[in-house]
Structure formats: C-alpha cells, structure tokens
Write a protein that binds this ligand. Structure first.
Ligand code: BGC
Length: 447
C-alpha cells in the first residue's frame, strides 16, 4: 500500500514539473496569438512560483488542521480546473490568473505530498520514497518538453495546458483510495483510525502497536510546546530550520531553474543556432535529469545524505565554472564542451541537490512543528525560485552568462561547506530518533 500511496502522492510532483516545463515550450506559441510585452511574459512565467509561494505561507497550518489527504484532494481539484481555464483562456490576464492558481495548488501539494509520503513510509526506504516526488517532478518536466516537441509544430499550446488536467484527475481519484497519514491521525487524537492506517500501510504481520507507541512517545515529548512559526526560531529547533531553508536556498541559487527554463537559450549561446536542435538538446537535458534522479534515489539511503550532497555540490560547481570559461572563450573551447558540462551539471544536480532538500525538510523538524517548518522551507524554495526565474534574463542581458554562471558556481562551493558544517546524516534514523537528537541540544550535524 505504501508504494501505491507514494505513486499517487508523487503525481503532485509531476504536476509541479509539468507546469515548470510547459511554459518554456508554450510561451513562444502563445506570443504569436497574443502579443505581449517582455514584462507581461516574464510575469506570466513567474506567476506559478508566485502562487506557490503564497500557498506555502499557510500550507503547513492548513494541513495540520485538515489532514494530509484532504488538502491534497483540494489541490488536485483546483489544479484540474485551473489547467482547463488556462487552456481555454481568451485574454492574457486570464492566463496569468490561471497560472497563479495553478501555482497555488502546486505550492500546497509541494508541502503536503512529501510530508504525507514521509509520514507513511517505513524508515529503511523513507529517503527513496520521498525522492520519488523529485523523480515525478523531473518526469513532469520531461513530458512537458516532449509535449512541446509533439504539439509545437502545430502551434497547439492550448492542448499543452489541457493535458495537465489528466494527471490532476488521476491524482484526485487515487487519493480517494488512500488512508490518512498515521502520524497526523495520532496528532489529532484519532488512535483507532491511526491503527487502521498503519495496518493498511504495512500489511499483515506489521507491529502496529510498536509503531503507534513510537509516534505517541514523540508526540508526548512535544506536548505543551509552542508550534507556531516563532517557535521555529527557538534555539533547539533553529538548526533544523537552517538546514531546511538553507538547502532550498542552495538548490535554487545553484542555478537549476536558469537551466530548466532557459536551456534552449543557453544552447543558442553555445553556438547551436537552429531552434529544432535547441529543442532536441532541451529534451536531452530533461532526459538526463530524469535518469540521474533515479540513480540518486538508489544512492540516497545507501550512500547517505551528506556524501551525496558533497558530490552534487562539487559536480555542479565544476560544471558551472567550465561553462563560464567556455562561453567566455568561444574560440578556445569547442561548443560540445558546453553541452557536456550542462549535462554533467544536470546529472550532479539530479542525484543530490534535486531530491535531498525535499527529503530532508520532511525529516529534520520535530513532529509538533513539522507543518510550520515545512512551510518555511517551501517559502525558501519558491521565493528563491521566483527570484532566479525573474532575474536570469536581466543578468544575461547585463553582466552576461559567464559572470552569472560563476556566481552559481560560487554558491555551489558554499554548499559543500554548509553540508559539512550543518547538515545531519539522517539516513537510517527514525523520525523519532532525529527529533530526540535535535531536542537534546547536541549539534544537529553530529547526528
Ligand atoms: C526544484 C525545482 C527544479 C527541479 C528540477 C526541484 O527539486 O525544486 O525548482 O526545477 O528540481 O528537476
């Protein structure tokens, strides 16, 4: 059952990725039907992260109150409706509003889906199951790039948007068959329902009472403590907040969405002039992103979070520097080096920086403030996503690609230091053990 739950919850990630990628391929076609200024097109592109940022501000509280499954169902329904409105739009302002609403649904789901998976997963495979969410994001990006190839020549951007409603509908139907998170049920005092949920998730022969006992004791340890946003700044909890928000800051400032949104343009700068070659190379980026994420999922519980992060930050830093040098010296470095470096960048990102922030934000916070903590982490994710997507074109036009990629490389190098100094190794620890270490006041990185 837990695999089915993971597969359904991960559709949230697919919707996230699909909407990130689809605008890259749809925008040039929409502009033919509805001419718009660069500001309007930029704002429309950024409307999804903006809507998601807005949702992230209160997703934690909403899900702590109404449950994981119910909030996801609302997000699925809203997403399907907004996708159809985007497809049928007759004026640009309608598309901006529809994309903001899509972003809102994605933002809700982006907090709740990894939390739902993490709370329902057995500890030995928790990392890999939560990372499925990231795999689904990359699959969504890849499918949107492929939809761009398939429908691009016919100019059918409406079809590209409408397609998003299909997985949203499947998401809604799938959720109807799932149990609620046992941890949330215990949190709200529904013990019998929690037992039934654990039994359904683990199957026959599961030690339901032991798992229930573990959840209860971690809850008991946190009763009477404040669970609001201010409580996240308390000295004992702050290290968890720094890890979760810091990892998203580093993920976004590593430049990933400059690549995801602007890959064709980067290939253009590397000397590939034809639009169709650029689109094909973009599908290559999407494919490597997807395949390397699978490798990351395999490694995440085996190699551990810290070694994987260090590897990822070193790989992305090296690749970004290589691209910067190549673009700054086009006569010395052949253009295939840029393609190779971009693929190395994507692969390094996908095995580590992609999945790990999602995995770790669902692990490091104590149960009673997990919702609020994950909201703050998501605010960091969407806020910096918005910032990079909005400013990258300006940076390209101003200081240029080499300068911008050098900044991204420096951020990735800072990521190595951050990992070594701050990030705990959570692989193979139960959520309860992580919580008791945090609350003991010992350095989190020494877990
Ligand atoms: C990030 C997204 C990014 C994607 C690329 C995710 O983990 O949060 O912003 O576009 O990875 O695969």
């Amino acid at each position: 059952m837990v695999y089915f739950l993971t597969a359904v919850a991960a559709i949230a990630g697919f919707l996230f990725g699909y909407d990130e990628g689809v605008i890259a391929v749809a925008l040039p076609l929409i502009e033919k039907d509805f001419p718009m200024t660069p500001f309007v097109s930029g704002f429309m592109t950024a409307a999804v992260p903006l809507g998601a940022l807005f949702a992230a501000c209160f997703a934690g509280r909403v899900t702590d109150r109404f449950g994981r499954r119910r909030v996801l169902m609302v997000a699925a329904a809203v997403f399907a409706a907004a996708a159809l409105i985007a497809a049928a739009m007759t004026a640009i302002w309608i598309l901006v509003v529809a994309r903001f609403v899509l972003g809102f649904a994605i933002g809700l789901a982006a907090v709740v889906a990894p939390l739902y998976i993490s709370e329902s997963a057995p500890r030995a495979i928790r990392g890999a199951l939560v990372a499925t969410y990231q795999l689904a994001i990359t699959f969504g990006i890849l499918v949107s790039y492929l939809a761009g190839l398939a429908f691009g020549s016919g100019g059918s951007w409406r079809m590209m948007f409408a397609l998003g409603a299909v997985p949203a509908g499947l998401f809604l139907v799938g959720l109807a068959f799932l149990p609620e998170s046992p941890r949330w049920l215990v949190l709200r005092g529904f013990s019998d329902a929690a037992k039934a949920s654990i039994r359904r998730l683990r199957g026959a022969g599961a030690d339901v009472d032991r798992e229930l006992g573990e959840i209860r004791s971690s809850l008991a340890a946190s009763t009477g403590k404040k669970a609001g946003y201010a409580a996240l700044l308390a000295p004992l909890v702050r290290p968890a907040l720094i890890v979760a928000m810091g990892l998203y800051f580093l993920q976004q400032l590593s430049g990933i969405n400059a690549v995801i949104y602007y890959a064709p343009e980067i290939f253009g700068k590397a000397g590939f002039d034809s639009g169709s070659t650029q689109r094909l190379a973009t599908v290559g980026v999407g494919s490597v992103n997807f395949l390397a994420t699978m490798l990351g999922m395999y490694l995440i519980d085996r190699l551990g979070r810290r070694p994987l992060l260090v590897l990822g930050f070193c790989g992305t830093a090296f690749a970004m520097l290589l691209i910067a040098v190549a673009v700054a010296n086009p006569n010395l470095v052949p253009s295939w080096v840029v393609v190779a470096a971009l693929l190395l960048y994507i692969a390094s990102f996908a095995i580590s920086l992609g999945p790990l922030p999602h995995v770790m934000m669902s692990e490091v916070f104590p149960l009673h403030m997990r919702g609020a903590g994950m909201s703050m982490a998501s605010i960091s994710n969407w806020g910096f996503n918005f910032l990079v997507v909005l400013t990258f074109p300006l940076l390209l036009a101003g200081p240029g690609l080499a300068f911008t990629f050098t900044i991204f490389a420096v951020v990735c190098l800072c990521g190595v230091a951050f990992t070594l100094l701050r990030v705990p190794e959570t692989a193979n620890h139960s959520l309860e053990a992580i919580e008791s270490h945090l609350m003991s006041g010992r350095p989190l990185a020494k877990l």
